[in-house]
Design a protein around this ligand. Sequence first.
Ligand code: F6P
Length: 345
Amino acid sequence: MVRIGILTSGGDCPGLNAVIRAVVRKVERVHGGTVVGFRDAWRGVLEDDWEALDVARCRGILPRGGTILGTSRIQPYQFPDGVEVVKATMARLALDGFVVVGGDGSLGAARDLHDDGVNCVGVPKTIDNDIALTEMTFGFDTAVHICSAAIDRLHTTAEAHDRVIVVEVMGRDAGHIAVRAGLAGGATMTLIPEVPFDIAEVCEALQRRHAGMSYASIVVVAEGATPVPGTMPEPRYEVDRFGHRRLGGISQVLASEIEGRTGIETRVTILGHVQRGGTPTAFDRVLATRYGVGAADAAAEGDWGRMLALQADRIVRVPLHEATGRTRFVDLELYDEVARPFFAS
Ligand code: F6P
C-alpha cells in the first residue's frame, strides 16, 4: 500500500489545490494508499509539521487559489543536515516518497534529493510556463486570462486620455505571459526578456502611431525584459535571501523614457501578484488534475525521479534530470511571426 508525502513549494499559483485533491483521490480511492501533506513545503518535512490528507479534507478545494498546505522557498540543501532530516522524516512516517509540486528551483532540489536516495516525483507548477519538456505548466493559463482581461480595461482608459499605458507582467526570464496576454489583449507592442528592446525604436513606433491624431497605446513589458545595453537606465534589482533577483520595476523606467523622449503622456500598471491569486481557469483545473492523477500513478508504481509533463495533449513522464536546470524560453518564431507584425500599427 503506497504512502506518500506531498508538498507545494516555491511561489504559489492557481491550481495547486487541484493537484493536491487529485493526488489524494487517486491514491486513496484507486491505489488504496494514504497521503501526508507537509506544511510550507520542505519546512514541514524538516520541522515535522504535517497533516494526514484524505478525500474529506480535500472537499471543496478544487476551485480555490493558493494552497491548503502553504508554501515556502526553503530547500533541504540550505541546511548542512537537511537531507538526513528528510530521510529521518521519511522513515518515521513510513513514506515511500514525495510528490513535489514546484517550479524549476524546487524540481531541481527534487532531482538532487532523488540522486541522494530520497524518492521524488515532480509536478511542474508556475505561472511563468518556463519549465523544459512540458508544453504547459498549470497556473499559466489563469495568469494569461487575468492579464488579458486587465489589458482590455486599460485600453478604454488609455483611449479616453490619448495615453500610452505600460503594463508590466510577471514571467521572470521568459516572456510567455507577456506574449500570450499581449496577443490576446491586442497590445500595441510586447517586450520580452528573450529579445532586448531598442528604446529608440519603441519611441519612434509610438510617435508614428500618435502623430497628429488621437490614439492610445498599450505596451506590455515582461518583468525580465531589458533594453539593448547602454541605451537607457535599467532598474536595480535586489536579491532575496534565497539568491533570487526580485524583479519588478522595468515598466516605470520604460514609461519615463517614453514620456521624456516622445512627450506623450504615459502611465504604468504593474499587475504583480494579482496574476497568481484567485481561482484557476477551467483549463488549469483540468491540467492540474491530470498532473495530480499522473503523479499518484507514478508514485504507486515506484517510478521515482520523474516529472509529469504535457506533450501533445498527453500526460507523460520525463526524467527530472532532463527537465530541470534550464529555462524554456518563448519560441521566437511565435514572437516574430505572430506578435511583432501587430506592433505599433
Ligand atoms: O515564478 C513565479 C513568479 O510569480 C515570477 O513570475 C515572479 O518574478 C516571482 O514569482 C515573484 O516572486 P515573489 O512572490 O517571491 O515576489
